[in-house]
Write a protein that binds this ligand. Structure first.
Ligand SMILES: [Zn+2]
Length: 385
Protein backbone atom coordinates (compact mmCIF):
# COMPACT_ATOMS: atom_id res chain seq x y z
CA UNK A 1 0.00 0.00 0.00
CA UNK A 2 2.73 2.40 0.87
CA UNK A 3 5.34 1.46 -1.71
CA UNK A 4 5.14 4.86 -3.34
CA UNK A 5 5.76 6.67 -0.10
CA UNK A 6 8.48 4.29 0.96
CA UNK A 7 10.31 5.18 -2.22
CA UNK A 8 9.73 8.85 -1.62
CA UNK A 9 11.25 8.50 1.82
CA UNK A 10 14.28 6.63 0.53
CA UNK A 11 14.80 9.11 -2.23
CA UNK A 12 14.44 12.22 -0.13
CA UNK A 13 17.28 10.91 2.01
CA UNK A 14 19.38 10.19 -1.06
CA UNK A 15 18.45 13.24 -3.09
CA UNK A 16 21.33 15.34 -1.83
CA UNK A 17 23.79 12.71 -3.02
CA UNK A 18 22.45 12.68 -6.55
CA UNK A 19 21.84 16.38 -7.01
CA UNK A 20 24.90 16.73 -9.21
CA UNK A 21 23.66 14.11 -11.64
CA UNK A 22 22.16 14.87 -14.99
CA UNK A 23 19.00 12.92 -15.54
CA UNK A 24 17.68 12.40 -19.00
CA UNK A 25 14.49 10.85 -20.24
CA UNK A 26 14.94 9.80 -23.84
CA UNK A 27 12.24 9.37 -26.42
CA UNK A 28 11.44 5.86 -25.26
CA UNK A 29 10.92 7.18 -21.74
CA UNK A 30 13.77 5.19 -20.26
CA UNK A 31 15.44 7.21 -17.57
CA UNK A 32 19.17 7.39 -17.65
CA UNK A 33 21.40 8.82 -15.00
CA UNK A 34 24.71 10.23 -16.01
CA UNK A 35 27.04 11.15 -13.23
CA UNK A 36 30.06 13.01 -14.51
CA UNK A 37 32.00 12.21 -11.36
CA UNK A 38 31.03 8.61 -11.00
CA UNK A 39 30.46 6.29 -13.92
CA UNK A 40 29.31 3.44 -11.75
CA UNK A 41 25.93 4.86 -10.94
CA UNK A 42 23.59 1.99 -11.63
CA UNK A 43 22.15 2.17 -8.17
CA UNK A 44 20.68 5.61 -8.67
CA UNK A 45 19.64 4.73 -12.19
CA UNK A 46 17.46 1.92 -10.96
CA UNK A 47 16.16 4.07 -8.12
CA UNK A 48 14.97 6.72 -10.55
CA UNK A 49 13.34 4.08 -12.69
CA UNK A 50 11.11 3.32 -9.74
CA UNK A 51 10.28 6.79 -8.55
CA UNK A 52 10.86 10.26 -9.84
CA UNK A 53 10.12 12.24 -6.73
CA UNK A 54 13.60 13.33 -5.83
CA UNK A 55 14.60 13.61 -9.44
CA UNK A 56 11.80 15.92 -10.55
CA UNK A 57 13.86 19.09 -10.54
CA UNK A 58 16.73 17.54 -12.41
CA UNK A 59 14.79 15.78 -15.09
CA UNK A 60 14.89 16.94 -18.65
CA UNK A 61 13.13 15.41 -21.60
CA UNK A 62 14.90 15.04 -24.91
CA UNK A 63 12.63 16.56 -27.49
CA UNK A 64 12.39 15.29 -31.07
CA UNK A 65 15.46 17.28 -32.07
CA UNK A 66 17.48 15.74 -29.26
CA UNK A 67 17.48 18.92 -27.22
CA UNK A 68 16.93 18.86 -23.50
CA UNK A 69 13.75 20.56 -22.42
CA UNK A 70 12.38 21.00 -18.93
CA UNK A 71 9.04 19.38 -18.27
CA UNK A 72 6.52 21.99 -19.34
CA UNK A 73 3.53 20.01 -20.42
CA UNK A 74 1.61 20.48 -17.22
CA UNK A 75 1.85 24.24 -17.30
CA UNK A 76 -0.86 24.34 -19.91
CA UNK A 77 -3.15 22.43 -17.56
CA UNK A 78 -2.15 24.57 -14.59
CA UNK A 79 -3.18 27.68 -16.48
CA UNK A 80 -6.62 26.22 -17.08
CA UNK A 81 -7.78 26.94 -13.53
CA UNK A 82 -10.75 29.23 -13.85
CA UNK A 83 -10.88 31.86 -11.08
CA UNK A 84 -14.26 33.09 -12.24
CA UNK A 85 -15.75 29.63 -11.74
CA UNK A 86 -14.09 29.31 -8.32
CA UNK A 87 -15.74 32.57 -7.28
CA UNK A 88 -19.08 31.60 -8.78
CA UNK A 89 -19.26 28.31 -6.88
CA UNK A 90 -18.36 30.02 -3.61
CA UNK A 91 -21.09 32.62 -4.21
CA UNK A 92 -23.71 29.95 -4.83
CA UNK A 93 -22.70 27.74 -1.89
CA UNK A 94 -22.62 30.74 0.44
CA UNK A 95 -26.04 31.84 -0.73
CA UNK A 96 -27.69 28.83 0.94
CA UNK A 97 -28.92 30.26 4.25
CA UNK A 98 -26.90 27.61 6.03
CA UNK A 99 -25.28 24.28 5.19
CA UNK A 100 -25.55 23.05 8.75
CA UNK A 101 -25.74 19.25 8.57
CA UNK A 102 -28.79 19.15 10.84
CA UNK A 103 -30.64 21.88 8.93
CA UNK A 104 -33.34 21.40 6.32
CA UNK A 105 -31.03 22.95 3.72
CA UNK A 106 -28.40 20.21 3.67
CA UNK A 107 -30.36 17.92 1.33
CA UNK A 108 -30.80 20.70 -1.25
CA UNK A 109 -27.10 21.51 -1.07
CA UNK A 110 -26.27 17.84 -1.66
CA UNK A 111 -28.50 17.67 -4.74
CA UNK A 112 -27.11 20.93 -6.08
CA UNK A 113 -23.56 19.61 -5.69
CA UNK A 114 -24.40 16.29 -7.30
CA UNK A 115 -25.88 18.09 -10.25
CA UNK A 116 -22.84 20.32 -10.54
CA UNK A 117 -20.52 17.30 -10.37
CA UNK A 118 -22.52 15.57 -13.07
CA UNK A 119 -21.74 18.47 -15.39
CA UNK A 120 -18.02 18.29 -14.63
CA UNK A 121 -17.09 14.72 -13.79
CA UNK A 122 -16.26 12.48 -16.73
CA UNK A 123 -16.39 9.42 -14.51
CA UNK A 124 -19.11 8.22 -12.24
CA UNK A 125 -21.02 10.52 -9.88
CA UNK A 126 -22.87 9.03 -6.95
CA UNK A 127 -24.26 9.68 -3.52
CA UNK A 128 -22.90 7.78 -0.58
CA UNK A 129 -25.92 7.67 1.73
CA UNK A 130 -25.40 7.15 5.41
CA UNK A 131 -27.40 7.41 8.61
CA UNK A 132 -26.12 9.14 11.68
CA UNK A 133 -27.68 9.03 15.10
CA UNK A 134 -27.11 11.98 17.37
CA UNK A 135 -28.86 13.13 20.54
CA UNK A 136 -31.76 10.70 20.03
CA UNK A 137 -32.29 11.86 16.46
CA UNK A 138 -31.56 10.07 13.21
CA UNK A 139 -30.16 11.95 10.23
CA UNK A 140 -30.13 10.60 6.67
CA UNK A 141 -27.16 12.25 5.03
CA UNK A 142 -25.12 12.23 1.88
CA UNK A 143 -21.54 12.38 0.70
CA UNK A 144 -21.09 13.05 -3.00
CA UNK A 145 -18.46 11.30 -5.08
CA UNK A 146 -16.86 11.66 -8.49
CA UNK A 147 -14.63 8.75 -9.47
CA UNK A 148 -12.35 9.86 -12.24
CA UNK A 149 -12.12 6.58 -14.09
CA UNK A 150 -14.81 4.32 -15.35
CA UNK A 151 -14.67 1.40 -13.04
CA UNK A 152 -15.02 -2.13 -14.24
CA UNK A 153 -15.51 -5.46 -12.49
CA UNK A 154 -12.42 -7.02 -11.01
CA UNK A 155 -10.85 -9.75 -13.11
CA UNK A 156 -10.23 -11.84 -10.02
CA UNK A 157 -12.76 -14.55 -9.33
CA UNK A 158 -13.39 -13.34 -5.81
CA UNK A 159 -17.12 -13.29 -5.38
CA UNK A 160 -17.33 -10.87 -2.49
CA UNK A 161 -20.79 -9.32 -2.51
CA UNK A 162 -20.96 -9.63 -6.28
CA UNK A 163 -24.67 -10.35 -6.17
CA UNK A 164 -25.61 -6.96 -4.79
CA UNK A 165 -24.91 -3.84 -6.77
CA UNK A 166 -22.19 -1.71 -5.29
CA UNK A 167 -21.84 1.83 -6.59
CA UNK A 168 -18.08 1.50 -6.28
CA UNK A 169 -16.82 -1.94 -7.27
CA UNK A 170 -13.15 -2.56 -6.53
CA UNK A 171 -11.10 -1.13 -9.39
CA UNK A 172 -8.24 -2.94 -11.16
CA UNK A 173 -5.55 -0.38 -10.67
CA UNK A 174 -3.66 -0.02 -7.47
CA UNK A 175 -3.09 3.59 -6.62
CA UNK A 176 -6.00 5.76 -5.62
CA UNK A 177 -5.69 9.33 -4.47
CA UNK A 178 -8.75 10.68 -2.68
CA UNK A 179 -9.29 14.42 -2.62
CA UNK A 180 -11.87 15.50 -0.07
CA UNK A 181 -13.60 18.64 1.17
CA UNK A 182 -16.55 19.08 3.51
CA UNK A 183 -19.55 21.01 2.24
CA UNK A 184 -21.38 21.61 5.51
CA UNK A 185 -21.09 24.83 7.50
CA UNK A 186 -21.97 26.02 10.98
CA UNK A 187 -22.70 29.10 13.02
CA UNK A 188 -20.88 29.88 16.25
CA UNK A 189 -23.51 27.89 18.11
CA UNK A 190 -23.54 24.59 16.21
CA UNK A 191 -26.95 23.69 17.65
CA UNK A 192 -28.48 26.82 16.19
CA UNK A 193 -29.17 24.96 12.98
CA UNK A 194 -31.21 27.76 11.42
CA UNK A 195 -28.74 30.58 12.01
CA UNK A 196 -27.13 32.14 8.96
CA UNK A 197 -23.89 30.28 8.18
CA UNK A 198 -22.51 31.16 4.74
CA UNK A 199 -19.26 29.27 5.33
CA UNK A 200 -17.43 30.87 2.40
CA UNK A 201 -13.95 30.07 3.63
CA UNK A 202 -15.16 27.15 5.76
CA UNK A 203 -15.58 25.39 3.46
CA UNK A 204 -17.11 26.64 0.21
CA UNK A 205 -13.50 27.47 -0.72
CA UNK A 206 -12.40 23.82 -0.51
CA UNK A 207 -15.52 22.60 -2.32
CA UNK A 208 -15.07 25.05 -5.18
CA UNK A 209 -11.40 24.07 -5.58
CA UNK A 210 -12.45 20.43 -5.65
CA UNK A 211 -15.05 21.13 -8.36
CA UNK A 212 -12.43 22.89 -10.46
CA UNK A 213 -10.00 20.00 -9.99
CA UNK A 214 -12.71 17.60 -11.16
CA UNK A 215 -13.31 19.69 -14.23
CA UNK A 216 -9.62 19.71 -15.21
CA UNK A 217 -8.53 16.26 -14.06
CA UNK A 218 -11.43 13.94 -14.70
CA UNK A 219 -11.18 14.09 -18.53
CA UNK A 220 -7.49 13.10 -18.39
CA UNK A 221 -6.30 9.57 -18.78
CA UNK A 222 -4.20 9.37 -15.64
CA UNK A 223 -2.35 6.43 -14.22
CA UNK A 224 -3.62 6.95 -10.69
CA UNK A 225 -7.26 6.55 -9.93
CA UNK A 226 -8.69 9.76 -8.52
CA UNK A 227 -11.70 9.99 -6.29
CA UNK A 228 -13.21 13.33 -5.33
CA UNK A 229 -15.47 13.30 -2.29
CA UNK A 230 -17.62 16.03 -0.76
CA UNK A 231 -18.47 15.29 2.85
CA UNK A 232 -21.33 16.39 5.07
CA UNK A 233 -21.17 16.38 8.86
CA UNK A 234 -17.55 17.50 9.31
CA UNK A 235 -18.48 20.24 11.75
CA UNK A 236 -20.51 17.82 13.86
CA UNK A 237 -17.54 15.49 14.30
CA UNK A 238 -16.50 14.24 10.84
CA UNK A 239 -19.66 12.20 10.32
CA UNK A 240 -19.42 12.01 6.54
CA UNK A 241 -15.79 11.01 6.29
CA UNK A 242 -16.04 8.55 9.18
CA UNK A 243 -18.95 6.78 7.51
CA UNK A 244 -17.30 6.90 4.10
CA UNK A 245 -13.98 5.40 5.11
CA UNK A 246 -15.83 2.70 7.02
CA UNK A 247 -17.85 1.99 3.90
CA UNK A 248 -14.62 1.73 1.87
CA UNK A 249 -13.19 -0.64 4.43
CA UNK A 250 -16.33 -2.79 4.48
CA UNK A 251 -16.03 -3.10 0.70
CA UNK A 252 -12.32 -3.99 0.73
CA UNK A 253 -11.46 -0.75 -0.97
CA UNK A 254 -9.02 0.71 1.53
CA UNK A 255 -6.08 -1.30 0.23
CA UNK A 256 -5.96 0.71 -2.97
CA UNK A 257 -5.79 4.10 -1.29
CA UNK A 258 -2.36 5.67 -1.47
CA UNK A 259 -3.11 9.15 -0.27
CA UNK A 260 -5.89 11.29 1.13
CA UNK A 261 -5.68 15.05 0.45
CA UNK A 262 -8.01 17.28 2.45
CA UNK A 263 -9.07 20.80 1.46
CA UNK A 264 -10.61 22.70 4.35
CA UNK A 265 -10.50 26.53 4.41
CA UNK A 266 -8.25 27.60 1.56
CA UNK A 267 -9.55 31.02 0.49
CA UNK A 268 -8.72 33.50 3.25
CA UNK A 269 -5.53 35.50 3.07
CA UNK A 270 -4.89 38.15 5.75
CA UNK A 271 -4.36 41.46 3.95
CA UNK A 272 -1.58 42.48 6.34
CA UNK A 273 0.60 39.50 5.45
CA UNK A 274 3.24 40.05 2.82
CA UNK A 275 3.58 36.38 1.90
CA UNK A 276 1.07 33.96 0.46
CA UNK A 277 1.32 31.35 3.16
CA UNK A 278 -0.32 27.96 2.96
CA UNK A 279 -0.28 25.33 5.68
CA UNK A 280 0.46 21.69 4.88
CA UNK A 281 -0.57 19.56 7.81
CA UNK A 282 1.12 16.20 8.11
CA UNK A 283 0.50 13.28 10.38
CA UNK A 284 2.30 13.04 13.70
CA UNK A 285 1.02 10.23 15.88
CA UNK A 286 -2.77 10.07 15.90
CA UNK A 287 -3.96 6.47 15.62
CA UNK A 288 -1.04 5.01 13.68
CA UNK A 289 2.57 6.12 13.95
CA UNK A 290 3.92 3.94 11.14
CA UNK A 291 2.21 6.05 8.46
CA UNK A 292 3.74 9.30 9.76
CA UNK A 293 6.88 9.25 7.66
CA UNK A 294 4.96 8.91 4.40
CA UNK A 295 2.81 11.87 5.36
CA UNK A 296 5.81 14.05 6.16
CA UNK A 297 7.50 13.12 2.90
CA UNK A 298 4.49 13.98 0.83
CA UNK A 299 4.18 17.28 2.72
CA UNK A 300 7.79 18.10 1.77
CA UNK A 301 7.02 17.07 -1.78
CA UNK A 302 4.01 19.43 -1.95
CA UNK A 303 6.08 22.22 -0.41
CA UNK A 304 8.51 21.82 -3.30
CA UNK A 305 5.63 21.82 -5.79
CA UNK A 306 4.33 25.05 -4.24
CA UNK A 307 7.68 26.70 -4.72
CA UNK A 308 8.13 25.37 -8.28
CA UNK A 309 4.72 26.25 -9.64
CA UNK A 310 3.09 28.93 -7.47
CA UNK A 311 3.71 32.10 -5.48
CA UNK A 312 2.80 30.26 -2.28
CA UNK A 313 5.08 29.77 0.66
CA UNK A 314 4.19 26.45 2.23
CA UNK A 315 4.65 25.82 5.92
CA UNK A 316 4.50 22.40 7.51
CA UNK A 317 2.42 21.86 10.62
CA UNK A 318 1.08 18.93 12.56
CA UNK A 319 -2.30 17.47 11.70
CA UNK A 320 -5.11 19.03 13.67
CA UNK A 321 -8.78 18.33 13.16
CA UNK A 322 -10.63 17.74 9.92
CA UNK A 323 -11.81 14.83 7.75
CA UNK A 324 -8.27 13.46 7.35
CA UNK A 325 -8.51 12.08 10.91
CA UNK A 326 -11.11 9.57 9.67
CA UNK A 327 -8.69 8.31 7.01
CA UNK A 328 -5.70 8.27 9.34
CA UNK A 329 -7.71 6.03 11.65
CA UNK A 330 -7.59 3.42 8.86
CA UNK A 331 -3.82 3.83 8.51
CA UNK A 332 -3.89 5.95 5.36
CA UNK A 333 -1.33 8.56 4.42
CA UNK A 334 -3.06 11.91 4.82
CA UNK A 335 -2.36 15.58 4.24
CA UNK A 336 -4.41 18.62 5.23
CA UNK A 337 -4.17 21.79 3.19
CA UNK A 338 -5.48 25.08 4.60
CA UNK A 339 -5.02 28.82 4.93
CA UNK A 340 -4.44 28.88 8.69
CA UNK A 341 -7.86 30.49 9.02
CA UNK A 342 -8.93 28.79 12.24
CA UNK A 343 -6.48 31.15 13.93
CA UNK A 344 -6.29 33.91 11.32
CA UNK A 345 -9.77 34.33 9.88
CA UNK A 346 -11.83 36.59 12.17
CA UNK A 347 -15.00 35.36 10.43
CA UNK A 348 -14.42 31.70 11.32
CA UNK A 349 -17.78 30.04 12.14
CA UNK A 350 -19.53 33.40 11.97
CA UNK A 351 -22.25 34.81 9.74
CA UNK A 352 -19.59 37.15 8.37
CA UNK A 353 -17.68 34.29 6.65
CA UNK A 354 -18.85 35.62 3.29
CA UNK A 355 -17.36 35.49 -0.24
CA UNK A 356 -16.24 39.14 -0.20
CA UNK A 357 -13.73 38.34 2.58
CA UNK A 358 -11.89 35.81 0.41
CA UNK A 359 -8.93 36.28 -1.89
CA UNK A 360 -9.72 34.42 -5.11
CA UNK A 361 -6.20 34.81 -6.50
CA UNK A 362 -4.87 33.09 -3.41
CA UNK A 363 -7.48 30.33 -3.70
CA UNK A 364 -6.48 29.90 -7.34
CA UNK A 365 -2.85 29.43 -6.29
CA UNK A 366 -3.74 26.74 -3.78
CA UNK A 367 -5.91 24.98 -6.36
CA UNK A 368 -2.94 25.14 -8.72
CA UNK A 369 -0.63 23.64 -6.09
CA UNK A 370 -3.00 20.70 -5.59
CA UNK A 371 -3.41 20.23 -9.34
CA UNK A 372 0.37 20.24 -9.86
CA UNK A 373 0.79 17.78 -7.01
CA UNK A 374 -1.65 15.31 -8.53
CA UNK A 375 -0.08 15.64 -11.97
CA UNK A 376 3.46 15.19 -10.66
CA UNK A 377 2.43 12.17 -8.62
CA UNK A 378 0.92 10.72 -11.75
CA UNK A 379 4.20 11.14 -13.59
CA UNK A 380 5.90 9.20 -10.83
CA UNK A 381 3.36 6.43 -11.04
CA UNK A 382 3.94 6.15 -14.78
CA UNK A 383 7.50 5.13 -14.03
CA UNK A 384 6.70 2.87 -11.13
CA UNK A 385 5.47 0.05 -13.30
ZN1 LIG B 1 -13.97 23.24 7.96
Amino acid sequence: MHNLWLLISIIIVLSVSISSNTLIINSTNIIETRDDNNNNNNYFTSLCRNSLVACLDDITYLDKNGKNTKIQTDLILLDQINSTKLKEWIDILSSFHTRNTKSNYIENVAYWLKNELQNLCEGRVSFHNYTQNDQNQTFNLKNIICSSKQEFPSSSSSSSSSSSFSPHPAPHYNNTIIIGAHYDSRAKNINDTDARAPGADDNASGVSALLELVSILSPLNLKNNLEFVLFSGEEHGRWGSTNYVKYLDDNNRTKTIDLYLNLDMIGYRPSNETKNKVILEYDVGNKYVQNDKYSKNIALFIKQIASNYTNLEAELAKLENSDFISFEAFNHTVIGIHDGGVKKNPHYHKSSDTPDTLNIKYLTSITKMVLATILELDKISQYLK
